[in-house]
Design a protein around this ligand. Sequence first.
Ligand code: CP
Ligand code: NVA
Length: 309
Amino acid sequence: MTHKDFIEIHDYSAAEVMQIFELAKRMKAHPDEFRESLEGQTLAMIFEKSSTRTRVSFEVGMFQLGGHALFLSARDIQLGRGEPIVDTARVLSRYVDGIMARTFAHKTVTDLAEYASVPVINGLTDLSHPCQVMTDYFTAWEKFGNLKGRKIAYVGDGNNMAHSLMYGAPKVGMNIAVATPPAYAPDPTVVGEAQADADSAGTKVVVTTSIEEAVKGADIVETDVWASMGQEAEAEKRRRDFAGWIVDRKMMSMANKDAIFMHCLPAHRGEEVAAEVIDSDRSVIYDEAENRLHIQKAIMHTLMNDRKR
Ligand code: CP
Ligand code: NVA
């Protein structure tokens, strides 16, 4: 694989996605084989937003690969006081072997990748959340085996999770239907790019305002928060606009009989998902959370293992 960065699943081929899945599977089964894979290397983790899973799984992942992770809150580093991204990227590249960043603007991550000489990993932006979505499809692959021809329904806000799920589906051979209220549709550029990938892969990317159209025949039903980080001021309005969009048992009954439920977490029980679904045996939320560790170790190993220390 010749990639320097991991910014978007869209940038990776179906074969490369599968290579990362196979590596993550091996790392999960035989963690000891990889104890020295990133020995002596350091990952800088820049966070403009809160995190539980991303922060902990990257830090633990680096430790398990023999390396070290540095938590850098954007509030505490000079980037937060306006130091240019170009200088931050070039300076960090003199100290560390990789950078993971969680930012508001997507451009912050793409600029970091442009100016850093070390690999940059997208740990969530307002546009996308590719590490989570690689993990979600990996989790589905563990549950169902071959994903070709299966269907995922995403119900809710057309946000970063919706975007990455659309980018990822054609890479794993799945059809995806994204249902949102009319005012919360996903970004048309992302939809267009994902549909073009789907055309080449022979899969489908459908965007609709009909929950039934999306969920009917689905093997996976996934949702996410109605107000993402940075949208706290709109939370009340969004709660009103999304009335009727809760994933409950009735909605799950429109999906296939053995359909599973996914959510990247954190979740709001009683808002986007009912406790009767997220806490049921159809829910795989904790497997998704665990698999963040394995997939990200595989991504870091792929990007950083053969770097000179
Ligand atoms: N799913 C996810 O990225 O969780 P955190 O916000 O806790 O990192
Ligand atoms: N859409 C959510 C995902 C959190 C992991 C957010 O951006 O806040």
